[in-house]
Design a protein around this ligand. Sequence first.
Ligand code: PLP
Length: 347
Amino acid sequence: MLPEVPPATLRLAIDREALAANWRALDQLSGQAKAGAALKADAYGVGVDVAAPVLRAAGCADFFVAHWQEVAALLRHVPPASVAVLHGPVTAEEAAFARSSGVRPVINSLAQAHRWLAGGGGLCDLMVDTGINRLGLALSDLSDPAIAALDIDVLHSHLASAEEDVPANAVQRDRWNAARRMVRHRRASLANSAGIMLGPDYHGDLTRPGLSLYGGVPCAALEPHIRQVVTPEAALIQVREIAAGEGVGYNATFVAPRAMRAGVVSLGYADGYLRAWSGKGVLRAVGRALPVLGRVSMDMTVIDLTGADDLGEGDWLQVDYHLPTAAAVSGLSQYELLTLLGRRFQR
Ligand SMILES: *Cc1c(COP(=O)(O)O)cnc(C)c1O
């Protein structure tokens, strides 16, 4: 028998109060509409087991995932009737799973509508494509008798450029309103996080924020409302002295200009701390900035410990991960920064 495994050297610090506050802020900003929550991709990397109970306790009653495989983890925390699956029933097995689990499939095509009805039907959502040309039925499909036969809870569409001030937003909104007049449904939904800030015309009955729940700021208008939720933390696993002129890490992309103290941190690109952070990232110990030296490797990152003589093996450091800032520094999107965070982080 294996002895008890020692604690991880990587963890995600999740500010649950900030997550709840972000949902409440987005719900308020949604006006007459109620805010739901996108929890696909393991709640954008935060972890469904962490995020779902917090969001439910905050008052959220509508949860969205992309894959059927994401349903089981979510149903440990929320009732089936509060869950919809965005990718829809692409196979008969998926339609059967939706029926027996009690979650709603989002119907994205006429073929999916037929498949759902052939399996016995039941309450579902419908996605109408109003211009993103991704998932969803065309407006011209909506007069098909199969659509009239559906029992639709939420009629959805999805904005392509909600975080930009472009005419395409109003075009999509108008097509979504046209769809609302054509199809019998209980609730209508259009806005993601940024879409909420486009105003009441975009709210309908339900909004579907994802990114901003978890601290992402897709547009300036959201900035005052959203708090950071996720802070990666990693342990120092070695401290070393480096002589002037020595290179650090693969390909010696950093060469020490002077004798310096450096630390090796248990965090690498296999954990989602990509090579984009090489020579750019910053870790922190009680406020002090400890810059990344040289290349990030698979399991390790070297940092400058100059002036941090008190730090040693086993000490924990925080990674600078304020999403809008981190996106600007790394060149990665805020969505990527969250969803990249790997499985070695204890959540
Ligand atoms: C992911 C997703 C959302 C959430 O979008 P954010 O930009 O993360 O707020 C909303 N609706 C649909 C259909 C999605 O796929």
